[in-house]
Design a protein around this ligand. Structure first.
Ligand code: GAR
Length: 191
């Protein structure tokens, strides 16, 4: 049977991309990343993709007249490569109807909070500011809203300290395991 073909979308550091790439390489995932898409030319994730030999495509959304224009291009690239699932991994952009329509129920995201609490780009800091004691991570199908869509998996972190860096590391460690678990569910159609 052919290995499941993944595309990963990222905007920043790419530690989640790397966790998925490692799991593909060591057999925990019966999948391969056939394209890394990055909307921030110069982002660290592009160096990581180079190290793993993943084809990457970096683009600046401002160079396109609309979201529909660059998503039309992305859909074509994904279809040409036979992509089965799109994994958003720190892709800090709302996905539009062009991409959602072409990959219905096949786009997933990871977010560093127990959704539906603390959506957005500063979830960990927002939760700390709110006085949260049980933090977490969520994977979910993607819809047209910010960090919205049906939840697939969640993991919790109990933390009562005050070191945001330590907390962020704990959350990232959970993310890296949770994303692999979720992708395995997608591969085995158990969601
Ligand atoms: C991750 O913590 C991910 O959950 C978060 O961005 C980070 C990317 O880290 N995503 C969101 O906040 C989505 N709203 P990484 O680049 O090291 O994988």
């Amino acid at each position: 049977m052919k290995r499941v073909r993944l595309a990963v979308f990222a905007s920043g550091s790419g530690s989640n991309y790397e966790a998925i790439a490692e799991a593909c390489a060591d057999g925990r995932l019966d999948a391969e990343i056939v394209l890394l898409v990055c909307d921030k030319p110069g982002a660290k994730v592009l160096e990581r993709a180079k190290r793993f030999g993943t084809e990457s495509f970096a683009f600046n959304p401002k160079d396109y007249e609309s979201k529909a224009a660059y998503e039309t291009l992305l859909v074509r690239m994904l279809q040409e490569r036979g992509v089965d699932f799109v994994c958003l991994a720190g892709y800090m952009r709302i996905v539009g109807p062009t991409l959602l329509g072409a990959f219905e129920q096949r786009i997933v995201n990871i977010h560093p909070s127990l959704l539906p609490s603390f959506k957005g780009a500063h979830a960990i800091q927002d939760a700390v500011d709110y006085g949260v004691k049980i933090f977490g991570v969520t994977t979910h199908f993607v819809d047209e809203t910010l960090d919205g869509g049906r939840i697939i998996d969640q993991g919790a972190v109990v933390y009562e300290g005050s070191d945001i860096e330590e907390l962020t590391n704990l959350i990232h460690n959970i993310e890296h395991k949770l994303y692999v678990k979720t992708i395995n569910k997608l591969i085995n159609k158990k969601y």
